[in-house]
Write a protein that binds this ligand. Structure first.
Ligand SMILES: [Zn+2]
Ligand SMILES: [Zn+2]
Length: 216
């Protein structure tokens, strides 16, 4: 996310990053590097990168665990964090630190992330497609969940770290939501204690993690 402006014959862009070194050249994929080369050639000057400070008071440093116990694919309509969090420390995992996902980069992950954020915006705004978008987010068989689960599977294959898909839950359950079974394999998935002040359910078979519904 960034804002750009033209000042004193200079183009300045102010992106948010997860780390001071997020824009380091070593993380550039082929397409980023191609575009940088093109801009530098066309403008006849070089791009310089400077850290100008912290912008968000809620900024949390990203995960620095040596080996995370597991990862979670999760985002929401206003998140500017990585869509991958660490199950051990609950902090963001910069995706540029993962093995290249596909075609020199991470496009499929960013595609799922923006699809999810689009659905979450629709359901937050309530007026257009609320039910449809909610179902995309909370049904394991929806195209959105399938896309996300497939990404989790591939991240796990590449990193050997179990990767869970966060399944949104705003269902109105008749009966006890806490003792509900996994919606996919129908086995017990309630966690003994809540994890990271958020997660109540986790199915190790299906690689799904979720919360108790707030819709009571
Ligand atoms: Zn961590
Ligand atoms: Zn399951």
């Amino acid at each position: 996310m960034s804002t750009g402006s033209l000042r004193k014959n200079k183009i300045v862009s102010l992106p948010y990053t997860l780390e001071k070194k997020s824009l380091s050249k070593k993380y550039n994929n082929k397409y980023v590097q191609d575009q940088i080369d093109k801009i530098e050639k066309l403008s006849g000057s070089t791009i310089s990168i400077k850290n100008i400070g912290k912008t968000s008071s809620e900024y949390k440093k990203p995960c620095i665990c040596c080996k995370s116990e597991f990862y979670i694919l999760i985002t929401n309509y206003i998140s500017i964090d990585s869509p991958l969090t660490c199950g051990t420390c609950n902090k963001s995992v910069p995706i540029y630190k993962l093995p290249k996902f596909y075609d020199f980069g991470y496009m499929p992950i960013l595609s799922w992330e923006t699809n999810y954020q689009a659905c979450d915006s629709l359901q937050m705004n309530c007026e257009v497609g609320e039910r449809w978008s909610l179902n995309q987010m909370q049904e394991t068989k929806s195209p959105l969940s399938k896309q996300g689960l497939d990404i989790c599977k591939q991240i796990e294959e590449q990193t050997t770290i179990p990767t869970f898909y966060y399944l949104y839950n705003y269902k109105k359950n008749s009966g006890d939501d806490k003792n509900r079974l996994c919606p996919n394999c129908k086995k017990k998935w309630t966690l003994k204690t809540q994890l990271h002040n958020l997660y109540d359910f986790k199915c190790d078979n299906c690689r799904i993690i979720s919360t108790i519904s707030t819709n009571t």
